[in-house]
Design a protein around this ligand. Structure first.
Ligand code: ADP
Length: 261
């Protein structure tokens, strides 16, 4: 099984630039939206100019939605870090996810227990899970499976270099797999870039995964993607483990997989 691993690109300066432009565009849009709304209400139902004004309104509203997302993406959020167990976060978030994702998609959780904690911002990590889940849903036509798996991982130096992972030592590994349409290598290489989308300008903004990338970076983690057209996609997230309950995790691992002397 040939798989592609692509490392996300650095894009902080792009994000800042995009934020600045978004802010200016937002100001320019206000009169366009305001006056076209005014015109639309002034024109009678059968006035031929009404359709044209409604087109302006529609495009303006769509631009406004896009700019909102852009601002949310580029705004440097101040994160509130606390000790989080990813298993607990997934178990709790699962309920909301179940209500959000189409019913014909099965959602599986495979949680390694025990799992060390990480330092993280709950809301932002939920955003990560939601964005990945919605993308997985978009990639699955009809029924499919969306799986979340947690594990303890200790990347070696080569793996850390490949993932651009700053910290040595144990990490929590979160894998998100779908049985969707997958991607070719070319697409995989671009998914984390802001504005990259294959969904067409009316349904995709191309900001979902760049937001995910930014959040994972702020957590000093790494995200990668492997995919195969027609088979599905796997996103791999590494987050540095905190040593809070690491000793306990390692003791239990030793007990269940005793080393051969
Ligand atoms: P958007 O969803 O608005 O297109 P994203 O940044 O979230 O923006 O995703 C960028 C692109 O990456 C998508 O348009 C799609 O081509 C691809 N993609 C993301 N997740 C998946 C997935 N799970 N399966 C297949 N393709 C995906």
């Amino acid at each position: 099984l040939e798989q592609q691993y692509r490392q996300a690109q650095k894009m902080e300066p792009v994000g800042r630039l995009a934020g600045g432009i978004a802010h200016d565009l937002n100001n320019l849009l206000a009169p366009i939206l305001g006056y076209s709304e005014l015109l639309a209400t002034d024109l009678t139902e059968n006035d031929p100019r009404r359709a044209a004004v409604e087109q302006i309104l529609y495009a303006g509203q769509r631009a406004r939605d896009l700019i909102r997302q852009l601002l949310a993406f580029s705004r440097k959020q101040t994160l509130t870090f606390r000790s989080i167990n990813i298993n607990e976060l997934l178990s709790q978030f699962h309920r909301l996810l179940r209500r959000t994702i189409r019913e014909d998609i099965q959602i599986n959780l495979h949680l390694a227990d025990p799992l060390p904690n990480i330092q993280g911002d709950t809301g932002q990590l939920e955003q990560v899970i939601l964005n990945l889940a919605v993308n997985a849903q978009d990639a699955m036509v009809g029924s499919g499976e969306l799986s979340f798996q947690t594990a303890l991982a200790v990347p070696d130096d080569a793996e850390r270099a490949e993932m651009d992972l700053g910290q040595a030592g144990p990490h929590v590994l979160l894998t998100i797999t779908d049985t969707g349409i997958g991607m070719d290598g070319d697409t995989c290489a671009q998914v984390f870039e802001p504005f990259f989308t294959t969904k067409g300008q009316h349904s995709g903004t191309g900001l979902g995964l760049s937001t995910v990338y930014g959040i994972i970076k702020q957590h000093k983690g790494a995200i990668g993607v492997t995919s195969k057209p027609g088979r599905g996609t796997t996103f791999t997230i590494h987050l540095p483990a905190t040593d809070r309950n690491l000793n306990q995790v390692e003791e239990e691992r030793e007990a269940s997989h005793p080393q051969v002397q």
